[in-house]
Design a protein around this ligand. Structure first.
Ligand code: ADP
Ligand code: ZN
Length: 766
């Protein structure tokens, strides 16, 4: 294989030096192929006679790269090549009769590669995962369950010497059923070797089964009436959107409205209009709100709606892809990656809850689906609607500066009232000789009243586990994981300390491992602790916990929500997971137990995230005719974010926060690139960081970009890897920024002992 020779100037890779004596291959047909490899270039192959009729730009092909056969996408065809005759290989197979990736998406993936520092092939892989990675499609998935006669005895046997097998078997025994193998391994941060060992011992059963029809695919149209009249605010918003659709030009809108203000109804109407014009639509929602109910709303209005989400099998994705490509389905609802749906004549893209961090992909290419949505709409002359009750400050600022048009829905439709807010100062709740209790007197009183009236409550906690910190009075240290620089959390049910960074477990030490002083103190609380205290204090309460320990499968999540909806649960305790979700008319009390923890995170978005979480959880209460009450328990009641959140005053918060961001040089005043260097050898990580820093300085001499670091990252050790970071701070439109990104990416592609990750517009600096 040979590096492609580029015709267009590009930020990709460095130019290839011509070999000393070149005998260019004779005229013929040559394909440039983008492969899913972290090398920022494409590769040229000879197209054999038998494929010449059918091959096209956008077709998938199989090629040999080294000794391995890989699937890639043809991104250019040329009759000539400068590549030397002897170095060319021929394409092995042409996999599509018609090009699978059309020009629009090819261009968009190229943009993604440049903006988010990946190779073109990696960006293509993000939109066609399975099809690009393999030649054949499998309709089967691996599922795993505990064998029938396995139990405590086997667990005990594993506990001492085989902690990984123990963790897996324990989890499977808890699940009482099967789970997709890759899901449980990912959850527990395990390779598949413990699973295979357990299988050999006959303790777990791994089977290949036909991929189940997903719950969402069978989602029925749910009875959502089409209101006869829109409210005046809805009317005004829809009018603006329809006007833009009529013009057939790109327009971006920020639709600001609290939960229940009728945003979804506006989306639905706007899509109706687009469809009537013969156009198509994409609706992006956070993965977790992609419930059968949401999907049902769209199905009841538009008949056939394609659903795209991360749990689909590769084969299901490909089938859906082809149907969209052929125009058989015109509306797509999905999580992040649905922004790449191959629809033609795109009319409108909705990004609901646009502020959600989950729209940012955590692995390469680290794209932000909202920003990709805006770019795709710009290229397709479509209308983009960003909807939220608490817009991201990026979007808020874009609206203020005229890049987006703001539309507001300031009131709840259908008469729902706003809940009353109560901020409780937990410093005043301490009992003599003890720390603050879990529940304030006010919250206890409200809970009793709520349950007595046959209504429901939601308690929100930031962390999972029983107690997040085990602290030594002697050396004032917390117990940390050996592999990660993170405090370990005590999980009472399994009576162990768990690291939330790497999932490793260990026994609770009797004395401080550092200073050997006995008497470690437990500090703080997590969701498991709240659940247990509720059960102990009020045994008659029906309590259910929702966090990633109890909700390992999507079915568990849906089952818990529907039990809650049927009134079989009095109090739902949970983490982030419960902040979003369905409309529960009988929820009248929301307890927000420790917003302080998220406020104090060392991240410039800490206040924004806390405000959003409070607004979102608060939005769960009093959605129907019953009035809701929100209790915020804090030891910093005067914190401006909490005060504004308690007032529900997003605008004031946004102004306050923007002033801070501009003063400190954080987005949206600037754009950031975070370069994370990780490796087992700290010296080498440091030296690599210094080398990259030098390269960047040289590349950016003439720009106004600022470099911070290399310095130790906030999580300095994770899974036995030392972490350093460099942060590039750039004015928003600085032409030097793409240059910095390309420099870092090319540098990253050449490292092998230090992993260099380039995150453009990072959502978190932790
Ligand atoms: P949001 O998306 O902002 O949370 P929805 O569009 O889901 O709000 O509307 C909230 C509730 O109000 C829904 O039950 C919806 O059916 C209802 N609704 C929306 N618009 C109207 C309207 N114009 N007249 C009556 N009910 C409406
Ligand atoms: Zn760890």
């Amino acid at each position: 294989m040979v590096r492609a020779n580029r015709q267009t100037p590009s930020l990709f890779g460095e130019e290839v030096e011509p070999p000393a004596e070149v005998t260019p291959a004779p005229p013929g047909l040559y394909a440039k192929v983008a492969l899913n490899r972290p090398v920022p270039t494409e590769f040229t192959y000879d197209v054999p006679e038998r494929f010449r009729e059918r091959i096209a730009v956008g077709s998938r092909v199989a090629v040999f790269f080294g000794r391995r056969r890989q699937v890639g996408v043809v991104v250019a065809l040329d009759e000539r090549t400068d590549v030397a005759r002897g170095k060319l290989k021929a394409l092995s197979e042409l996999l599509d009769d018609e090009p699978l990736v059309r020009e629009e998406l090819l261009d968009l993936t190229r943009w993604i590669a440049e903006r988010y520092a990946s190779s073109w092939g990696e960006a293509l892989a993000a939109i066609l995962p399975a099809a690009l990675k393999r030649e054949s499609q499998s309709k089967r998935v691996l599922v795993v369950r505990a064998a029938t006669d396995v139990g405590k005895e086997q667990l005990q046997e594993l506990e001492e010497n085989f902690p990984k097998q123990h963790r897996l078997l324990r989890t499977l025994l808890d699940l009482e059923g099967r789970i997709e193998l890759r899901d449980v391994l990912r959850n527990l941060n395990l390779s598949d070797s413990p699973a295979r060992t357990l299988e050999k011992r006959g303790w777990v059963v791994i089977e290949k089964v036909a991929a189940e029809v997903d719950g969402l695919d069978s989602a029925r149209p749910s009875e959502r009436v089409r209101p006869e009249h829109l409210s005046p605010h809805q009317e005004a918003a829809l009018g603006a959107l329809e006007g833009a659709l009529q013009d057939g030009e790109y327009r971006g809108f920020l639709l600001e409205g609290v939960t229940g203000s009728g945003k979804t109804e506006v989306y639905l109407r706007c899509i109706e209009t687009a469809l009537a014009q013969g156009k198509s639509a994409i609706v992006l929602v956070p993965e977790i709100s992609l419930t059968p109910q949401t999907v049902g709303w769209f199905r009841s209005r538009f008949g056939e709606v394609a659903v795209l989400h991360s749990r689909m099998t590769d084969a299901q994705r490909l089938v859906m892809w082809m149907r969209l490509q052929k125009g058989e389905v015109r509306v797509v609802v999905g999580a992040r990656s649905a922004i790449f749906a191959p629809l033609s004549e795109l009319g409108v893209v909705v990004v609901d809850e646009e502020h959600e961090p989950s729209f940012k992909q955590g692995s390469v290419p680290r794209y932000h689906a909202r920003d990709v949505a805006l770019e795709r709409c710009r290229r397709s002359k479509a209308v983009c609607i960003l909807g939220s009750a608490t817009p991201s400050l990026e979007s808020w600022h874009a609206a203020a500066s005229g890049e987006l048009t703001t539309l507001s829905l300031p009131e709840r439709v259908g008469g729902g009232t706003f809940p009353s807010m109560h901020v409780v100062d937990m410093r005043l709740e301490r009992e003599r000789g003890k720390g603050p209790p879990l529940f304030s007197r006010l919250l206890r009183t409200f809970l009793k009243e709520t349950v007595a009236d046959g209504e429901q409550a939601i308690f929100f906690v930031n962390r999972r586990g029983f107690i997040p910190v085990l602290w030594c009075r002697g050396c004032e240290e917390t117990i940390r994981c050996d592999q990660c620089s993170m405090a370990m959390t005590f999980h009472k049910r399994i009576a162990k300390l768990v690291c939330h960074g790497c999932c490793e477990e260990r026994a609770v030490p009797a004395a401080c491992p550092a200073c050997t002083r006995p008497g470690l103190t437990f500090l703080g609380f997590g969701s498991e602790g709240v659940e247990r205290t509720l059960r102990e204090t009020w045994p008659e309460l029906r309590v259910r916990r929702m966090d990633s320990d109890t909700m390992r499968r999507r079915e568990d999540y849906e089952e818990a929500l529907s039990a809650f909806g049927r009134g079989e649960i009095d109090v739902l305790v949970g983490t982030q997971m419960i902040a979003k979700g369905l409309d529960f008319p009988r929820v009248t009390l929301v307890g927000i137990l420790a917003p302080d923890q998220s406020l104090s995170l060392p991240d410039f978005r800490a206040s924004e995230r806390t405000f959003q979480l409070i607004a979102q959880v608060a939005g769960r209460a009093g959605r129907a005719s019953l009035p809701g009450r929100i209790v915020i328990q804090t030891s910093v009641p005067d914190h401006p974010t909490l005060k504004l959140a308690a007032k529900g005053d997003f605008r004031a918060f946004a102004e306050h926060e923007l002033r801070d961001r501009f003063a400190l040089g954080y987005p949206p005043a600037t754009r950031l690139v975070r370069i994370l260097l990780e490796g087992p050898d700290e010296k080498l990580v440091q030296a690599t960081g210094a080398e990259l820093h030098e390269r960047l300085v040289a590349a950016l001499r003439t720009t106004t970009l600022e470099l911070r670091g290399p310095e130790v990252a906030p999580i300095s050790l994770l899974r036995k890897r030392f972490r350093y970071e460099i942060i590039v701070v750039s004015p928003p439109d600085d032409p030097g920024l793409p240059h910095a990104v390309a420099t870092a990416r090319d540098f990253a592609a050449k490292q092998n002992r230090v992993r260099v990750g380039v995150d453009v517009d990072p959502m978190s600096l932790l």
